[in-house]
Each structure stands twice: as C-alpha cells, then as structure tokens.
Design a protein around this ligand. Structure first.
Ligand code: ADP
Length: 265
C-alpha cells in the first residue's frame, strides 16, 4: 500500500452502535451535558435504544445528571458493562474514577481512555444484544484531543453544537464548527440554550445572554437550527437531582422530545 493509509487506520464504527451523534460546544457551561442527557432520555422515552457516553473526561457530569454512580463491572477484566439510567445505557469516565477525583492525564492516556470506552464497553449489554439505535457522545468543551481522536478513529454520523446566544460563546462555537469542517464530520445542526428567562412570578421575559444569536449563526452557515431552550429552574434542579427534566412532563420535556425526534427523523 506504499505511503497510503491502511484500511485499519480509517474511522471505525463503534461496535454495537448504529448511529453516533456527538454533542459539542465551544466553551464550558453552556449546557452541553444538560442537552446531551435530556436528548438521550427523550429518545429512550420514544422507544429508541440509546446510549450516552460522557467523554467530557476532565469534567464528567453525567453520573450526577443521570443519577448513576455505581462503578461499572468488568467481569473478564477486558469488557466493561455500562450502567443503565432512565432507559439509557450509560458510560462515563467519571464512573471509573469517582466524582471527586481530578483527571490529570496527558493526551495519550486520555485517548487511551476514550478508545477503551468506545471499544471495550458492551453497548448492547442492556438491549438483549441488539445494537443501539443512537449513541450520544457528550464531548468536552472546545477543540482538543478528545474531539480529534473521536472524529478520526470512530465514525461520527453527526455533530450538534450547543451555544448560548452570547457573543463570546458564539465565537467559540464557530471554532468548534470550523474543527468539524476540517475533520469532515457532518454537523447536524445548532441548539441555542439559555436563550430566554421567563419570570414565573411576573411573566417578564429577559434575554439574559441575548437572544437569536444562534439562529442567525445557523442561517449564516446554512446549517439547520434545532431549537431554542430557555433558562429554566426545573431543568437545573432536575439535572442536579439525577433525573433529567426530559424524564418527566411539561414544556421542557416537550422541547427536548421535539429536538430528539428531529435528530433521528
Ligand atoms: P456544559 O456541559 O456545557 O459545561 P452543563 O450542562 O453542565 O454545561 O450546564 C451548566 C450548568 O447550567 C448546570 O448547572 C446546568 O444544570 C445548568 N443549565 C444548563 N442548561 C440550563 C437551562 N436551559 N436552564 C437552566 N439551567 C441550565
């Protein structure tokens, strides 16, 4: 094959997964993990076989958001059995480490951990051996090693970029979009989070981080706009309590259900 890349060097499908969707953001704190867990739970409620991989290796939040903190079993020392929460098959580096342990790994170790989670986790463990319809990957913020490793080693069917309407977040979101373009990873669309705050007492609507910025960006780039989510106290409380708001009823659950069904339509 001379200097050409060998077939095994190209991206591989994650075993046991039909479709991999990565959820990204340019900066931290914009709600990427909240959106990831709620979309996963919404898809499970719609009868899909869904997995959620917390690849936010430096700040894993899915164990808390999904209310699953048991250490996953590895009966043979090679394969890892993921957990299940709210109908979602769940794996996070946080589950292997415990919530308070800081990760101080270098790039190669980090990539090893990611590949281990993708290749050694038995994603079909809770589905009677049937492939997952979707694996949602909650990426770390920014444009670093994890994104690069995931998109070059595994087939990523689509990336979704979450941003607030705030200028600085959008600026970073643009960098994330640029990275996916460079990696030739298709971008499925953009989500605006924390777009408005409706005061439950007086009904006043405040655009705390501005509003409409993400829609305008999607239009500018010719990418689908997947939806706007308000700042919502129940969503924050639900995330902190380990039962994502999408697991219940109400406008936020409906908003996540709409976004989720559009993603797999
Ligand atoms: P990221 O993954 O981008 O770092 P998180 O999902 O961890 O962001 O969200 C950061 C914080 O903001 C969390 O406390 C989360 O509960 C809260 N949050 C996220 N989205 C919303 C929302 N739409 N309304 C209210 N709080 C939110």
């Amino acid at each position: 094959l001379g200097g050409h890349p060998k077939p095994q060097d190209g991206p591989m499908r994650v075993p046991g997964v039909k479709r991999l969707l990565a959820i990204a953001s340019g900066k931290g704190g914009v709600g990427k993990s909240t959106v990831s867990s709620n979309i996963a739970v919404a898809l499970a409620k719609q009868g899909r076989r869904v997995g959620l991989l917390d690849a936010d290796i430096y700040g894993p939040s899915q164990p808390r958001m999904m209310g699953a903190s048991k250490r996953p079993a590895s009966p043979d020392g090679k394969t890892i059995h993921p957990l299940q929460a709210h109908g979602v098959t769940l794996m996070s580096i946080g589950l292997m480490l415990g919530e308070d342990k800081a990760v101080v790994w270098r790039g190669p170790m980090l990539m090893g951990a990611l590949q281990q989670m993708l290749g050694q986790v038995v994603w079909t463990h809770h589905t009677g051996g049937q492939d997952l319809d979707v694996l949602i990957v909650d990426l770390p913020p920014g444009t670093g090693d994890v994104q690069l490793t995931l998109c070059t080693k595994s087939v990523v069917d689509g990336a979704i970029v979450v941003s607030t309407p705030q200028d600085v977040a959008l600026l970073d979101a643009r960098k994330a979009l640029d990275m996916f373009a460079t990696l030739k990873t298709p971008v499925v669309g953009l989500i605006e989070n924390m777009s408005l705050f409706h005061c439950p007492k007086c009904g006043y609507e405040a655009a705390v981080f501005g509003t409409g910025g993400v829609v305008a960006e999607a239009e500018r780039l010719g990418l689908p706009f997947l939806g706007a989510l308000p700042i919502d106290l129940d969503t924050r409380l639900a995330g902190d309590s380990g039962r994502p708001v999408a697991a219940g009823e109400g406008p936020m659950a409906e908003a996540f259900a709409r976004i989720a069904s559009d993603l797999v339509a």
